[in-house]
Design a protein around this ligand. Structure first.
Ligand code: PHB
Length: 365
């Protein structure tokens, strides 16, 4: 918005004053403890990255049904709240800020991950192409069960309860995950939503679930502490929409009614980087801060903020291997490359053992 801003210009994000615009993107790392409870190792990982303007937590299940991957954390019981409290305390001790990303995977699950080996749920009984990640390895997705209207309303309530739990665990706010082919996104896009009731058909109907979830969350968390993430043209998880520009313009207009902390947009396709949408049109449509993500490096991010095209940039991979990323950006230090073999699951290796810069690095930078 301010033409002279750069990544190091502080920004007021709803209720939070951020010292910089370098956000740690939500990253699934599959290292939660038994019972989907965060561990001291998770707390150390996040605390190491507390110099981010804002940390957005890894996607976190709002309910046992919301789970889609091994060892991902939840926020639906007391043990999980206590586990997350260690994380938020550790981040705050280091001077950071952290939002929790609220997640229900919908059809991107598998009976072996579900309570009572049940079928995963979705807007419509449409099987996504591809395979689920289970404790026994990759397994073909199954055809999900379409949710009833009563169940949809229950899930709206579960989002609100999870948001309340996130506050109880010490989070500074929450991000509603409506991206990447998970449950809320499955309702938004017409490739996965073939319903003929008030939750399907027109864009207004398809966005009703997100609208109700956002309203329910904003009833328990001040809307200035609530962000929403969308990914209009990400094909990940077998997603498509016949008119993404139109669909997500209406989604953005609907979100404007809430005075949110930010809109977080994963631009383009997560895997190919391809993009055809006019994101500037979406950005202009949105009344609050616009956070961009996917494929940004330092140069491109600096330029986008300086041009006023985006307000903040979320970095994923770079934060995995550079816990002190803002400082490295600031002094132009070399960046470490992340090891993909340790992205998902495992122990400390590739998780909390990427070092911050040393004095020697600082001298040579
Ligand atoms: C993943 O585990 O691959 C994953 C999780 C959440 C996302 C995207 C990808 O939003």
């Amino acid at each position: 918005m301010t033409p002279e801003a750069d990544l190091f210009t502080p920004i007021q994000l709803g209720a939070c004053e951020l010292p910089n615009r370098i956000v740690m993107a939500p990253l699934t790392r599959n290292r939660a403890g038994p019972g989907n409870v965060p561990t001291p190792m998770n707390a150390e990982y996040y605390a190491q990255r507390a110099s981010a303007g804002l940390i957005i937590s890894e996607a976190t299940q709002i309910s046992p049904q919301g789970v889609g991957y091994p060892a991902t954390p939840g926020i639906h019981n007391a043990e999980q709240i206590a586990g997350w409290q260690q994380v938020t305390d550790a981040v705050h001790e280091q001077g950071g800020r952290i939002f929790m990303q609220l997640w229900h995977v919908g059809r991107i699950s598998h009976p072996s991950l579900q309570p009572d080996d049940g079928l995963p749920v979705a807007p419509s009984a449409i099987k996504p192409a591809g395979e689920a990640v289970t404790y026994e390895g990759m397994k073909p997705f199954v055809t999900p069960r379409a949710l009833t209207v009563e169940e949809i309303r229950d899930i709206v309530g579960q989002y609100a309860a999870a948001a309340e739990n996130a506050l109880a665990a010490g989070f500074d706010g929450v991000e509603i995950h409506a991206a990447n082919g998970y449950l809320l996104d499955q309702f938004l896009r017409d490739g996965s939503n073939h319903r003929d009731d008030e939750y399907g058909g027109s864009v207004k109907n398809r966005l009703r679930f997100l609208q109700e979830v956002t309203a329910a969350v904003c009833a328990v968390v001040d809307s200035h502490r609530v962000g929403v993430r969308i990914s209009p043209e990400n094909g990940f998880n077998d997603m498509h929409d016949s008119d993404a520009q139109h669909t997500f313009t209406e989604v953005t207009q609907m979100l404007n009614t809430f005075r949110l902390a930010y809109l977080h947009v994963l631009e383009g396709d997560m895997q190919t980087g391809q993009t055809e949408l006019d994101y500037q049109a979406l950005r202009t449509e949105f009344d609050g801060p616009y956070m961009a993500n996917s494929g940004y490096d330092y140069q491109r991010a600096q330029k986008a903020v300086a041009n006023g095209q985006v307000d903040l940039v979320a970095f994923g991979r770079l934060f995995i291997s550079n816990p002190d990323l803002p400082e490295r950006f600031r002094i132009g230090a070399a960046l470490a490359t992340a090891d993909e073999a340790t992205f998902y699951g495992g122990d400390e290796a590739g998780y909390i053992d990427y070092p911050a810069m040393t004095e020697a690095d600082l001298v040579s930078a």
